[in-house]
Design a protein around this ligand. Sequence first.
Ligand SMILES: O=C(O)[C@H](O)[C@@H](O)[C@H](O)[C@H](O)COP(=O)(O)O
Length: 253
Amino acid sequence: MAQTEKRVFDSEEDLAVSLAKYIAHLSDQFAKNKGLFTVVLSGGSLIECLRKLVEPPYVDSIDWSIWHIFWLDESAVPKTHVDSNYKLAYDGFLSKVPIPLGNVYAIDDTLSAEGAAEEYEARLKHLVNSKVIDISAKSGFPKFDLNLLGMGPDAHVASLFPGHPLLKENKKWVTFIKDSPKPPPERITLTFPVINSSDYIALVVPGDAQADAVSIALGGGNPPTADETLPVQRVAPEGLLTWFLDKDAASKL
Ligand SMILES: O=C(O)[C@H](O)[C@@H](O)[C@H](O)[C@H](O)COP(=O)(O)O
């Protein structure tokens, strides 16, 4: 069972300050222990919440050369498209820190969602073989050092949506969706066996739009349908799940 820690902040600004400290501490820990730090990014408001990492002291203190960047999910659109999570991360974060370009693993944006998922999984397997990505001894799935998750108002994480068959995918590392309720419809996404193989997952949820989903996930609130386990309720890392909430997001707890 994952250990869960809940951090509630007066403002999104305070949340961003704490998130940067949390990530910088993990980066230093992995730099010392492994000399590698594999980090998986979501899209959405997460990238804005990373803004304190690209300011002093962290922009100068973090050893960015050991970072390897992956995506939890990505729209099947060109990297220049407004819906591209790569574009969102590049504009708001990656363009401001000296992570080696070869350590940034965007999907192949020339392929369909299905093709891009297959290609990304093949690339991850190659990176496991070359010891960039660990394998969980417990699950046998790739073990990323840090997963940075957002959560939608319907309690989706990555591109894993309530009631969707993908929630039960337990073989593939990367899969695809063509009917995403959140536009655009065609996306790739890591699966829960991969997401949950991490030792560190940060669930970064600012704002009141997600207050209902937070109250269901953390406050024992009733899910929309009794037999349905919401995507966010399936987040259970091998290590520590840390919720980063502001007061608005936690307002119904
Ligand atoms: O590509 C995406 O849409 C994101 O990866 C998605 O999973 C996001 O994390 C949630 O939708 C929350 O988005 P907000 O943080 O903007 O509410």
